[in-house]
Design a binder for this molecule. Sequence first.
Ligand code: ZN
Length: 392
Amino acid sequence: MTKTLSFKDNFARLIALPTVSSTDPALDQSNKGIIDFLSSGLADLGFVVEQMEVPGRPGKFNLIACLGKGSGGLVLSGHTDTVPCDPDKWRQDPFRLTEKDNRYFGLGASDMKCFFPIAMEVIKQMDTGRLQQPVYMLATADEESTMSGARALAESGRTLGRFALIGEPTGLKPIYMHKGIIMESIVVSGEAGHSSNPSLGKNAIEGMHKVIKTLLEWRDELQRKYKNDVFEVPFPTLNFGSIRGGDNPNRICAQCELQIDLRFLPDISIEDIRSELRQIIQTALTGSGMQVETSSVFGGIPPLQTSADSEIIRLAEKLSGQTAGAVAFGTEAPYLNAMGMETVILGPGDIDQAHSPDEYLLIDRIQPMMKILSGLIGHLCLKENRNVNAVN
Ligand SMILES: [Zn+2]
């Protein structure tokens, strides 16, 4: 990406660089190509650029680029990876930017490769000599799979800006809340034996039945206790996603595994909900002589709650003309908030487009997104505008 490349050329280059991230090693790809491309383009625009290899994830990098000096400032953040795709289901090449019907098609067009060239255009058109607080560009790895990029940043203990915007697909609506997500595996171990005499074993399916009954009661309790009408589904959800156990009708089942997905409101932390879940499960089998072990399918996504009164949320509402709300998907925002930033999620794509064949970005969204970004930079990073009342 250079100053001489147009928006469309930059966008096309990003789409053409495959950066699938997946927990399936056969599909997982390095994101170094995009990180190098963005590094050179941002350096051309005057940014001081740093690449950070994600510990334990060879070939995966975050990019931290800073323009201007001082503390505070605004971080413009996006993830470089996409989900895997099945090209046979696409009507055009997913790795070639295709302009058609007032849309740009391509894998990641909406979620969220479009964000980088849009932000670059805004910077290109800005008088950067007027910056009183820095503007950062952050490009992360593995958002679609493990969030290892954002997690590594948060664990590095460094501080970036005071505010952040993540350009995930929200249809230009500012988002300040999402639920947290954990996925857990629960394994009940009993004892095998001949089916003709129950005393010869301990049936793990019957043990799991007790666990499920306890979980259903706990789910009711959670849904009574926590409610927030900002969310479309205004209460915590617990889904029984898969169950496996036993081998023969005439054998007492020795082991049964259940996998669940739990989505919870921002009132509770990921650690607290997980430890409450584990305690509940243990009590279900007390005195049964059976063992139960719980492990996490993945690290989980913390819930997000940026204050609705935060300066960046109020500014984003004003600039977009939309009231801030909540989304049903998880993002990297909780990690940025943990680094001391107040984060809004706002981007030009649509979540309905994300992760689907023939993913596209509506071209009409590009100019409004540029206006929002330049408005935010103007108010948060240019001294003469450092007064939120100016937009109220
Ligand atoms: Zn995304």
